[in-house]
Design a protein around this ligand. Sequence first.
Ligand code: SAM
Length: 467
Amino acid sequence: MLAIPVDRMGSLFRKNLPSVNRVFIKTYGCQMNERDSEAVAAMLRGRGYRIVATEDDCDILLLNTCSVRDAAEQKAIGKAAHVLGHRRKNPDFILGILGCMAQNRGAGLLDQLPDVDLIVGTQKFHHVPDYLDNLRSAREAGVPIGQTIIDTAEEADSQNTIRDHLESETQPVSAFVSIQQGCNMNCSFCIVPKTRGDERSRPMEEIVAECAGLVERGVREITLLGQIVTSYGRNRYAHAGGISPFVQLLERIHAIEGLERIRFTSPHPCGFKTDLVEAYGRLPKLCEYVHLPLQSGSNRILKAMNRPYTQERYGEIVGALRAVRPDMYFSTDIIVGFPGETAEDFSATRELFAAVNYDMAYIFKYSIRTGTPSAERPDQVPPEVKEERNQTLLGLLQENSARRNQALLGTVQEVLVEGPDQTGQRYTGRTRGNRVAVFEAAPHRVGMLAPLTIRRASVSTLYGELA
Ligand code: SAM
């Protein structure tokens, strides 16, 4: 469907605009959004557009947006309004809104942003080059488009279109690969099933071929992406000898020669059955770092969230993973201040949070998302209580992270050398536990695994010497 609901006569009678092709994509939100933006950038480059490094240099600004919390939407709307307010200086300028907020709000965005040129949802990223071509040709021909192009329909197999990668002279050594779109979990707080649609997996062959192609280009570490990666392929492939389709995929990717490391995000605790836990013992390229979203440590709140596990089961999964890999690193997502969360519920979260000893965590204050079941609840938690709980967990996290980094002093950690750091003076890389490390190195070591002796540590960064 291409809805064109708004008449925008006005500043569109322009001619001779072949130079209007410099695109900057600003991405909000998660790694999936980053990956979608990269795929759009690669498609646009293939169509002759230039992808520029800064917003100041662009003629076409695409905001790839997030809807998980209201604050993320407000940020993108504020940005778009600001940009449109300055457009008068350059009437040829094109502004597009892509992704989750485009999907969530659709034509409703025009109430606040009537002059936006393009609104493209999460199943239509691959049409962005066509829409930009149309906008540019209309302007070159001096024909007013007169409407905002809006495309937020569902499209069968759209999950298979997020596959292009940007090629550059400084080939990154680490890459994201999207294996799935959408989510069928229906957590009561979450807007993602609305913005991303039903769970749809890509064919295993295509994912493996994409990973192999990346490795040929110098990639050494691949992070598989999806809303619930552990559900990968469940409607498409059968279990084989007790091995789930997701673990089968891990095995296939593990077999790619030249690939050194595999990560994935986000899994669901329900996906950690024996086959996945054991995979950590037999697939050495699988890094000992697990992002395991907890959301709450209170069984009462987990039930209200429609999260089908208990704090006891979550603890068992952590224990099982540590039994296979004693040095396992854990990160998580937590929501504080879910409707009805009492001091007792929060204590249960705090206790489990301390017991798991997370190395990293994303702590979110509950945000009302219109259309989700928990948005309707009358027992919303006051903002100051959410803030206090947020600060409590952030304090614990800082202590944990500092303790873990201090414990690494004097040890030798394997790092994958990624490239120069922000200063350009030193190099940066990550340990298998996903810790950022900074060190001196020769340029030829980029893309290599190297042993790093840890000499100094801050809360978030390790500093060391390469052997
Ligand atoms: N795969 C993840 C899982 O197992 O639930 C979901 C990823 S979700 C896009 C990212 C995180 O945003 C969630 O894990 C949750 O912690 C947070 N989130 C989602 N809806 C939220 C809301 N209404 N308010 C605050 N945080 C929210």
